[in-house]
Ligand binder design. Structure first.
Ligand code: G3I
Length: 305
């Protein structure tokens, strides 16, 4: 197949991109999105701060723009993200009691999931809860751990399942790409524990913001899949340029293709000029929306090459 989405669809997978509502007035951006991708993640518009700027008062406009366009084109939508320590609204703060924060979290999850019911394929229910560089299983300190304790992750997943029994519920994080890293082991143990105790979880998102993907990346995807969850590559970008970058992209896509429960890949933007990694060129299209070597490598790998 000649486009990323169509090539991925040959094996039942999707190939998505992050989209920012602020660029939807650029016709080349939208045309490239429509031509190449069959899934989307809102880069910022569904995060708690942007979407619930005042308590229980929702600002759906920008996220709806992205979702409605995607649905009209038959694309999948990944919901990103319900509970994250970053980009929180200012009304979530340390003056809140635990029970107040708990009800705010449950209400947020319920309202946002209800609004997008039937349109979203998978939700990143909790994002980036594990600590970097700690011992296995240590969580990042946040208002959620401080007020609700480590059980906030389980609470969020249970609230999400109660809100929508038919959507996939994912845990999403970065630096969980190396099969043996402490952070990876912590997430792995959590998923295993959730599965054993019947806490609802359907998928793990490997963000995959790379310099160089670890050599055991495919093994890592396989070990999560063996727990009985789907794996999705959710925010892929690879620094650098030329053949080194293209080869890294190829390895990432081949690793996903080799594991049947790796169900889709999302790159974190279309064009280098609007990547969050300013000063780098980590995406598949250059600043003029021309296909890079990395694009060709990805397309080949999706086509089985
Ligand atoms: O839109 C506001 C604007 O109104 C305001 O005046 C301006 C001043 O700071 O900020 C603008 O918001 C910025 C927003 O992007 C939209 O452009 C925020 O400052 C900026 O922090 C935000 O960055 C986003 C970042 O998440 C926030 O942590 C990036 O675009 C987005 O790509 C990035 O995405 C994250 C994933 O959600 C989670 N994983 C890591 C990934 C990369 O950091």
């Amino acid at each position: 197949a000649g486009t990323l989405g169509a090539a991925a669809a040959q094996s039942g997978r999707y190939f998505g991109t992050a989209i920012a509502a602020g660029h939807l007035n650029d016709s080349t951006y939208v045309a490239t999105w429509d031509r190449e991708f069959n899934s989307v993640t809102a880069e910022n518009e569904m995060k708690w701060g942007p979407i619930e700027p005042s308590r229980n008062s929702f600002n759906w406009g920008s996220a709806d723009q992205i979702v409605n366009h995607a649905v009209s084109k038959g694309m999948k939508v990944r919901g990103h993200t319900l509970v994250w320590h970053a980009q929180l609204p200012s009304w979530i703060n340390n003056n809140m009691s635990a029970s107040d924060l708990r009800s705010a979290m449950t209400n947020h999850i319920t309202q946002v999931m209800n609004h997008y019911k039937g349109k979203v394929y998978a939700w990143d229910v909790v994002n980036e809860a594990f600590a970097d560089g700690g011992s296995v299983g240590s969580l990042r300190s946040s208002i959620f751990t401080q007020k609700l304790g480590n059980g906030f992750i389980e609470e969020a997943f249970r609230a999400a399942r109660a809100a929508d029994p038919n959507v996939k519920l994912c845990y999403n994080d970065y630096n969980i790409d190396d099969a043996n890293a402490n952070k990876t082991r912590g997430v792995y143990n959590m998923v295993k524990d959730f599965k054993a105790r019947g806490v609802p979880i359907d998928c793990v998102g490997l963000q995959s913001h790379f310099g160089n993907p670890p050599s055991n990346y495919q093994q890592n995807i396989a070990q999560f899949a063996a727990l009985g969850v789907d794996v999705q590559i959710t925010e892929l970008d690879v620094g650098g340029s030329g053949s080194t970058q293209a080869d890294a992209y190829r390895r990432v896509v081949q690793a996903c293709m080799a594991v049947s429960r790796c169900t889709g890949i999302t790159v974190w933007g279309i064009t280098d000029k609007w990547s969050w990694r300013s000063g780098d060129t980590p995406l598949l299209f250059d600043g003029n929306f021309n296909k890079k070597q990395a694009y060709t490598a990805v397309l080949d790998a999706l086509n089985g090459g």
